[in-house]
Design a binder for this molecule. Structure first.
Ligand code: MLT
Length: 260
């Protein structure tokens, strides 16, 4: 499986960024300044962006994504990272912790949750996957989800963020998007395992995130013994893209003060 990734910067510690669904690594464009102090690894997850997809009709589990990213670390010869995941990237971050804890120095969980899908939500994912394959395009998802993913302020005042969001979704590989949707429907439930996370953890929530609201993210952070929680002002579900400066300041403090 060919996973495309960019590597930037250098320094003692590495941050590995896992994007959300159905995006690509350009979601983290606003975080590239962090390369002044740390090494950043920015993969396109399997089947998205420039990475190769599984065969049509397949399922890419969160476990598969996590194992792909452990292999990326092997390829670049890096033993341990701080794993930063947004939404689906957060589901993958928890899998990475479960499967590759020895490679983890810290976790950054953005706009995500720890629960598995309820059956009706899982069913909707399968229907989404079918439609993406039938239309041979994920483009309809861009319009369908825009209002719930981006904050009103972003929609009105940040046309460059809206353009990036639309481009990421429209240009994605339908086979990869469908496989990831099926994988999310079958993901592991971590609700009762959060108390076992023993690496420094940063939990970030967009103030206006309708999908993973700040109260739910705060509750998630409270179950992780080593977690700190911050709200990103004015941002929706794509907080690091919608308010990059505030996100970067918080990540910077976390990296400087909590990662050894
Ligand atoms: C994402 O941004 O990755 C999605 O909202 C995740 C999901 O659909 O659960």
């Amino acid at each position: 499986m060919n996973v495309h990734f960019e590597m930037l910067g250098g320094g003692q510690d590495t941050i590995l960024f896992a994007h959300g669904f159905p995006f690509n690594n350009t979601m983290w464009a606003g975080q590239k300044d962090l390369a002044l102090e740390w090494r950043l690894i920015l993969p396109d997850l399997r089947g998205m962006g420039r990475s190769e997809a599984d065969l049509a009709g397949s399922v890419t589990k969160m476990e598969d994504f996590a194992d792909d990213l452990a292999k990326v670390l092997d390829i670049v010869g890096i033993e341990k990272c701080v794993f930063c995941g947004l939404s689906m990237g957060g589901y993958i971050a928890l899998e990475f912790w479960r499967r590759h804890a020895d490679r983890l120095k810290g976790l950054i969980l953005c706009d995500t949750n720890a629960q598995a899908d309820a059956p009706e939500n899982a069913q909707k994912r399968f229907e989404t996957a079918q439609r993406v394959e039938r239309e041979n395009s994920a483009a309809f998802l861009a319009d369908a989800n825009m209002q719930s993913l981006l904050a009103e302020g972003t929609l009105k005042q940040k046309p460059e963020v809206v353009r990036k969001y639309v481009a990421m979704v429209r240009n994605n590989n339908p086979t990869g998007v469908a496989a990831a949707a099926r994988g999310m429907a079958q993901r592991h439930d971590f609700s009762n395992e959060l108390q076992n996370i023993d690496v420094p953890t940063l939990v970030l929530a967009g103030e206006k995130d309708a999908l993973s609201p700040p109260e739910a993210m705060r509750a998630l952070a409270e179950r992780i013994p080593s977690a700190e929680f911050h709200v990103i002002s004015g941002a929706g579900h794509l907080a690091p893209l919608e308010n990059a400066d505030e996100t970067n300041n918080i990540i910077q403090n976390f990296m400087r003060n909590r990662i050894e």
